[in-house]
Design a protein around this ligand. Structure first.
Ligand SMILES: Nc1nc2c(ncn2[C@@H]2O[C@H](COP(=O)(O)OP(=O)(O)OP(=O)(O)O)[C@@H](O)[C@H]2O)c(=O)[nH]1
Ligand SMILES: [Mg+2]
Ligand SMILES: [Zn+2]
Length: 393
């Protein structure tokens, strides 16, 4: 027993030392309040059950509170409850279990003994949605980027070349597989100009269909840049634009996350929505336009008169493993035809009796849409073949 107490003390000292350099939560005015975040009925019930278990393990009921993880600083969660904001570590009970990783957006049963500065996470409550990506590695592992978000805003930057529609389609498949709604922000429109915006919006609609939720932005354009032609092009295409367009995607009550490559302009966009420079932004490399992974903290920000958005570090890769359901949701017309192909493992490229190719012209998914589907389906077939059969996804 003494040994256990000593180990706990060592852990506490270590945690306190590590948290000394973290930003003081009291100074972070953009953090959402408890009332900006809404647990589901199921999560409220799960909280009551979790309290019962925590009490059975020795906790006092009045030390326990329902909380939401609003930031992760170097792995340390910050939690908002109805009457406090504090950092927390995991209870010994939780670290033993396999499900010890909290993500931003997670609802938790938090415990805050009177004498403690730090709180404890007693349990992570079941998620309503789980935005996750495959991390690869020999055995493979899923990394949850955020929990319980309603909407994923995929941010893709524009430039003088055609927008990377393949990357947006890949993100769309993952998002739809995770059970969240999807919106696409085409950022840095000032670099594409009005004609570029027209070109890129048409390409994206060809791939994702006409009803995709789209906003064109130029939040980080240099002062004085002529953006009238961009607004005109967006209007002509019937596409929302500017910060207002993004704000409308995230009204009060909605929890969203921005997802995209480093340098896509995610933090710049959020700063524009917040009306001040809360989040750090960084210049892209001139040689290849790549970002420098400026954002390192996952954190929620509350929009003035709006909902909540999670800022994310840019993602290097988004491997597609086992997202067949997402693929079918993004390309339902093609997936339906694929069921009628003569061969079950048809690649829809050359096989006789291929319904996808036969119907390509009549159903109207030729061109970029079919190309995107085939590339993603091919990648998923390859990853399935190399996947460790024990890994459940
Ligand atoms: N021309 C132009 N530049 C922009 C725009 N938005 C952002 N930028 C620039 O792009 C660079 C990267 O912006 P960030 O907001 O840091 O990008 P990020 O997506 O948050 O990147 P990570 O945090 O690394 O994932 C900065 O130099 C911004 O000034 C825009 O609308 N137009
Ligand atoms: Mg950033
Ligand atoms: Zn086929």
């Amino acid at each position: 027993m003494a040994k256990k107490a000593k180990a706990r003390r060592v852990r506490e000292v270590r945690a306190n030392r590590a948290t000394d350099t973290l930003p003081a939560l009291a100074t972070l005015t953009e953090l959402p309040a408890f009332d900006d975040l809404a647990p589901s009925e199921a999560q409220l019930r799960a909280f009551e059950d979790a309290c019962g278990r925590a009490e059975a393990a020795g906790a006092q009921r009045d030390e326990l509170a329902l909380g939401c993880v609003v930031r992760l600083d170097r792995g340390f969660p910050a939690i908002v409850t109805s009457d406090a904001t504090f950092r927390a570590e995991f209870s010994a009970r939780l670290t033993k279990g396999e499900f010890s990783r909290a993500a931003v957006g997670d609802w938790v049963c938090a415990r805050r003994p009177d004498s403690h500065e730090m709180g404890l996470i007693e349990e992570i409550l079941p998620r309503e949605s789980d935005i996750a990506r495959w991390k690869g590695g020999a055995r493979g592992e899923r990394q949850t980027l955020a929990a319980n978000v309603d909407l994923v805003i995929v941010v893709q930057q524009l430039g003088d070349k055609l927008v990377d529609v393949a990357r947006i389609a890949r993100s769309a498949v993952i998002v739809r597989d995770c059970g969240a709604r999807l919106a696409v922000v085409l950022s840095k429109a000032d670099r594409a100009g009005g004609s570029g915006v027209t070109r890129d919006v048409s390409a994206l609609r060809e791939v994702l269909g006409g009803d995709v939720n789209l906003v064109v932005t130029w939040a980080g354009a240099a002062a004085g840049a002529d953006t009238d032609d961009i607004a005109a092009a967006a209007k002509e295409q019937g596409v929302a634009y500017g910060e207002k367009g993004v704000h409308e995607l995230v009204p009060a009550g909605v929890i969203a996350i921005v997802l995209g490559e480093s340098g896509a302009g995610k933090s710049t966009l959020l700063n524009a929505l917040l009306g001040r420079n809360v989040l750090e932004t960084g210049a892209v490399r001139e040689s290849d336009d790549a970002g420098r992974h400026t954002t390192v903290t996952r954190r929620m920000v509350k929009l003035p008169e709006g909902g909540v958005i999670v800022d994310e570090p840019g993602l290097r890769s988004l491997p597609l493993v086992g997202h067949e359901r997402g693929l079918a949701k993004v390309f339902p017309d093609i997936a339906e035809q694929a069921m009628a192909c003569r061969f079950r493992d048809c690649t829809h490229t050359h096989e006789p009796g291929c319904a996808v190719l036969e119907h390509a012209d009549t159903v109207g998914y030729a061109g970029l849409r079919l190309e995107a589907y085939l590339a993603l389906a091919c990648e998923m077939r390859a990853s399935r073949a190399t996947l460790d059969p024990d890994v459940v996804i």
